[in-house]
Design a protein around this ligand. Sequence first.
Ligand SMILES: C[S@@+](CC[C@H](N)C(=O)[O-])C[C@H]1O[C@@H](n2cnc3c(N)ncnc32)[C@H](O)[C@@H]1O
Length: 205
Amino acid sequence: MPSAQSKWDRIYEARITSSNLTIFKIEANPALVNAVRLLPRTGHALDLAAGLGGDSCFLALRGLTVDALDISTVAMTWVNNQAQRAKLPIHARAINIQSETLKANQYDVVHFHHFLDRSLCKAITQSLRPGGILIASTFLTPEHLANESPQDLPGPSNPNFRLNAGELPALFPSLQVIQFIETEADPNLDQGVAPYHGMIIGKKP
Ligand SMILES: C[S@@+](CC[C@H](N)C(=O)[O-])C[C@H]1O[C@@H](n2cnc3c(N)ncnc32)[C@H](O)[C@@H]1O
């Protein structure tokens, strides 16, 4: 089985070479865009599993200095090149993210989208400064489908990489929940949440 790094390197290599791609052409995810009013205009943000950096770019254009982390060397090298060219304050680093990767009390904003590693949640909470906010969204298996195979749902077929209903606030128990949304077939377009997704915005007291 290919490693996660080689799998994602291949995906990103193909995407980068098949088009005239720039970081500005990668749309930020709608849940983050909808949370813009909650974002500070200065400070430090962490974009976990940042991929090709569309969300990092959105955070940087808002005024935040961004650490973008991802296991893909191809993606992180490309994001750094793009950021330098565009003079964006994004510092991308290729790393297999683990709890020890995340230092305590570093960030005003922590963000992740389409990524789920439950073992990181405590370290993610600790990496926020007091008053800092978490904005997180990813694929969900709705309760009534919990005993079925998720093959027919959008997103990963491995259930470990999908949220269970009601799980997100429980993963970040010490955060004050500002917003928590789960969708089934119908998206919550007002808040930018796609079908079969969970989304949380939480604040560290
Ligand atoms: C579905 S993509 C989402 C990328 C980006 N957040 C987005 O929404 O476009 C999942 C990302 O997780 C990254 N990833 C997977 N396992 C990882 C790990 N252990 N450490 C760091 N990044 C990882 C992959 O390289 C990939 O970029």
